[in-house]
Write a protein that binds this ligand. Sequence first.
Ligand code: NAD
Length: 298
Amino acid sequence: MNAHVGFVGLGHMGGPMAAHLVKAGYRVRGFDLAPEARAAAAEAGVQVVGAAPEAAAGADVVITMLPVGRHVLSVYQEEGLLAAAAPGTLFIDCSTIDVADARAAHEAAVRAGHRALDAPVSGGVVGAEAATLTFMVGGGAEDLPQAEPLLAAMGRKVVHCGPPGAGQAAKICNNMIVGISMIAVSEAFVLAESLGLSHEALYDVASTSSGQCWALTVNCPVPGPVPTSPANHGYRPGFAAPLMAKDLGLAASAARAGGVNAELGLRAAELYAEFAQGAGAHEDFSGIVRVIREGENT
Ligand code: NAD
């Protein structure tokens, strides 16, 4: 008999993730504040309930996929999710949130008599729809066996990163690399243009040399060399600039809190915050190349 799963947050990511659990045979009770998210989930076979705590009642595992840390903490505590669950329930938070908030959520769950894992994802909406997400998990190794079959139904890879908060730490460190490297690749293409070097020539050299990286070979910020990259499709996301700005903001505040000398990470957070509020509001994060080239952010 497959487990009962409560699922709170049925948006762009949570919606398809919950749908994959239904397909895998889990009985999923879900809730979202947004009526359109509830309707789409019901269509996919999720039993939609009227409030978050109803999703936890009778569940073996409760998954949350919410925007930021304060939503997770509020749903867990003020909105009564933890209180509604049977003692010993496993809570898995898949949202990308601050490491300190992830630890606070873990502590709140344990105080309420439960078990908890942070399990943020990479792979984006495409990965959620195709069930090819990577899960980065923080928490007790003894809780992994119960989580793994569910995560496997929604993704392709599960990495246990360490104690509570370690999944979130891995996520923001990885995205700091990607954010900085996208700026580096973009600056290199713009420099190449000013030197009369073609995009193809730089791509052919860097993609087979030490400049090789995901920002170049998968999400290439200029049209041409990688036909599937958002640059060839009007910079439609992909991975939206506001999400990159959010993740870099989390990395920057963690770096400041830890006294880490992450100069490029802090600068990348500033550049993406500006871009996300301007021209990049609805664009893939690789669109930052145009701001670098033109110096305009409108
Ligand atoms: P989204 O805004 O589409 O979905 C979040 C959902 O949470 C919304 O439908 C909203 O109505 C719901 N919600 C908010 N507060 C609620 C509450 N109190 N009770 C019930 N529902 C509530 O966002 P998303 O793109 O699905 O992202 C979710 C998380 O996944 C974020 O932390 C994001 O950073 C992370 N993430 C997103 C992507 C991506 O490409 N979209 C990739 C990796 C990680």
